[in-house]
Write a protein of this length. Structure first.
Length: 161
């Protein structure tokens, strides 16, 4: 892979708030792909229908449809495990999420549900929660995330909206 960068936007817990999704897209700049981590899946579908880039979306606990509740995809040579997080109990901690990430041999885990942005690493796996574009919790601002893959490196940046 060359040293050209591959830019992946991450949004979640949008809850039908199209104004905040537009604000997130403006903050993230040009993208090669977009990940929507659920709540509301239909927002991810709407983005897929309007953006000229791949959009990967999963359902959350506020979605009526049961699937897809997780996706494992390869982007820019990295293996991504994407889930909302409610099925892994992320509000109680990340242990189930870490276990499932190892099971899927993920390089990067993208999740939501808590409405609180977070970036951390565990056993060489990067974990990213973009927070919520609609409404943060426990004092967190509305937010989104940008992942930039350059060669074998991946950087995560959180943005307040």
């Amino acid at each position: 892979m060359s040293n050209e960068s591959y830019r992946i936007g991450v949004v979640g817990d949008t809850h039908g708030d199209y104004v905040s999704m537009e604000a997130a897209l403006g903050k993230l700049g040009p993208l090669d792909a977009l990940i929507h981590v659920g709540d509301f899946y239909r927002d991810g579908e709407a983005l897929a229908n309007t953006l000229p880039i791949p959009v990967i979306a999963v359902v959350g606990n506020c979605d009526a449809r049961p699937k897809p509740d997780r996706e494992v995809v390869e982007l820019a040579g990295k293996r991504f495990f994407i889930t909302h997080g409610h099925l892994q109990g992320v509000k109680q901690g990340a242990e189930n999420l870490k276990r499932e990430a190892r099971l899927h041999r993920a390089n990067v885990v993208v999740f939501g549900h808590t409405h609180m942005p977070a970036v951390f690493s565990h056993l060489g796996i990067l974990f990213v929660n973009p927070g919520s574009t609609h409404a943060g919790r426990k004092g967190a601002a509305r937010s989104c995330a940008l992942l930039v893959v350059t060669g074998t490196e991946i950087d995560a940046t959180l943005f307040s909206l």
